[in-house]
Design a protein around this ligand. Structure first.
Ligand SMILES: *Cc1c(COP(=O)(O)O)cnc(C)c1O
Length: 474
């Protein structure tokens, strides 16, 4: 399998050559040259364990790692021990257990990993793939990132203790929740460096960009990233659509709808790919919060990224995005993989504009991809958290609430609806208290993590101070 750029300017490359990078050199995103067709393998795959299924799917996309090694990486990544925070401990061995709220309406638990958000599903694999490839090539990498919460902690828990990898993670000083701070800053592994920047998330993000744009520094200190456009993260996420499909059906011709709380379009992009591979997905239901740029596209055909200042700060903060960094992958498929067309559309986006597919053949093709969408507000979130608790005694987080709210608007008789559960309630305790007047349930092992010793350097919003920390630790 070779990988090509959505902007057409790069030679086809092998998996291991695109694993450690981010964007393609032409500014595009990598996608496989074609999607393997697996419809006739569903019967053989239905009974597989999560790690066996992951191996079967990944081996279609990763053809430059020996099969035995890839299988070992899958076995090491997807263990009941790593994904142990299930509602029902007995189901942890499923890795992504299904919780049935009512007949035909389910949650797929994706947030049972170490940081209690779905990003662990892919990031844990990335940690093991990075270590494997770096060791084989005798290289090192210094991952530099900025986080407002979920991504940074998932990256740190995936890379902790890994050989040849260091993580320098910037966060806005004092702005994350006490639980999120404790999760990150209490890590003791010597390859993890937490840097709290006196400023906002955008200041931290600007420092990351400035360091990455310094080509000499970047090359000398082998600066890399693990952001959501990384192909291996999308690929890892394809696996749980298959697993969720098998859990919600009893035969391989039954269609299933998935509802996905969405921000950067990474999670639902994996659903699109699973459908392109032949998984019988009837509809992909995209749920946004008040930041509804993607909902607007699927309703109107106009993609209008917002300015950062227009982005709403909401109670489902991991979906607070102004532009969806993975969306280009879907548009590449929608326009018939015409890279020149993608370049033309993203020239408008990158200049701060929008694009409008109304009146084009592309919009006529859109229904064939079977997306529908809706959005949710703070009031909807509170009402949904309350309703699910009152009816089912199941506690959900704010992002999952956005999913359930929108999924309820698109149910079809006879078609199971699977809502992807992207985080656990304990991460967003303020909104849980507002909705339910009680504290969220917390896994027992995580009681009191706020009082563990913390390790963090606090710096001004200064590129030089951050560079000095990197230099001093390499
Ligand atoms: C990252 C995240 C999302 C959004 O996922 P995308 O892949 O960016 O669309 C939704 N919910 C939670 C809890 C997240 O951490």
């Amino acid at each position: 399998m070779k990988y090509i750029s959505t902007r057409g300017g790069d030679e086809p490359r092998e998996f291991c050559d695109i694993l450690l990078g981010g964007l393609a050199p032409d500014g595009g995103l990598y996608l496989p040259e074609s999607y393997p067709q697996v419809r006739d393998r569903l019967a053989a795959w239905r009974g597989l364990s999560y790690s066996e299924l992951a191996f079967e799917i990944l081996s279609l996309y990763v053809t430059d790692i020996p099969a035995a090694d890839l299988r070992a990486i899958c076995d090491k990544t997807y263990t009941a021990q790593t994904y142990r925070w299930s509602r029902d401990a007995a189901k942890a061995k499923d890795i992504v257990p299904l919780t049935t709220l009512e007949p035909g309406f389910h949650l797929l638990e994706l947030s049972n990993g170490p940081t209690l958000a779905f990003k662990d599903m892919a990031m844990q694999l990335l940690g093991n793939l990075f270590e494997y490839v770096l060791e084989r090539r005798n290289e090192t990498i210094n991952i530099l990132g900025a986080t407002s919460g979920d991504t940074g902690s998932a990256a740190e828990y995936a890379m902790r203790g890994k050989h040849n990898v260091r993580v320098f993670m910037l966060s806005p000083d004092g702005l994350m929740s006490p639980f999120q701070r404790a999760q990150m800053y209490s890590l003791r592994e010597p390859n993890i460096f937490n840097i709290a920047v006196r400023g906002m998330f955008d200041d931290a993000q600007d420092i990351v960009k400035a360091v990455s744009n310094d080509a000499a520094f970047k090359a000398r200190y082998k600066i890399g990233a693990v952001n959501s456009i990384n192909w291996a993260r999308v690929m890892a996420q394809v696996v749980y659509y298959f697993k969720g499909y098998f859990a919600a059906t009893s035969s391989n011709d039954q269609p299933v709808a998935f509802c996905v709380p969405s921000g950067n379009f990474g999670n639902i992009c994996a659903g699109h790919i699973a459908r392109m591979m032949g998984l019988p997905i009837s509809r992909l239901v995209l749920a946004t919060n008040e930041n509804d740029v993607l909902d607007e596209f699927f309703r109107t055909g106009v993609y209008r990224p917002r300015a950062a200042a227009e982005t709403h700060v909401t109670s489902s903060p991991s979906m607070d995005i102004s532009k969806a960094s993975n969306f280009e992958r879907f548009i590449f498929d929608l326009v018939g993989r015409d890279a020149a067309k993608v370049r033309e559309l993203w020239a408008q986006v990158d200049a701060g504009g929008a694009f409008d597919l109304r009146g084009t053949p592309y919009l006529a093709a859109l229904p064939g991809y079977r997306f529908v969408s809706g959005s949710s507000s703070h009031a909807d979130r509170l009402a949904t958290i309350r309703a699910v608790w009152d009816r089912h005694r199941v506690m959900i987080d704010t992002h999952t609430a956005d999913g359930i709210k929108v999924a309820s608007e698109f149910r079809e008789p006879g078609v199971p609806m699977v809502v992807l559960e992207t985080a656990q309630a304990v991460k967003f305790s303020e909104t849980i208290r507002e909705a339910l007047g009680r504290e969220p349930v917390r896994p027992r092992e995580l009681e009191g993590i706020e009082s563990l010793p913390q390790r963090v350097d606090v710096v001004d919003a200064s590129v030089e101070q951050v560079k000095a920390i990197i230099v001093g630790n390499c």
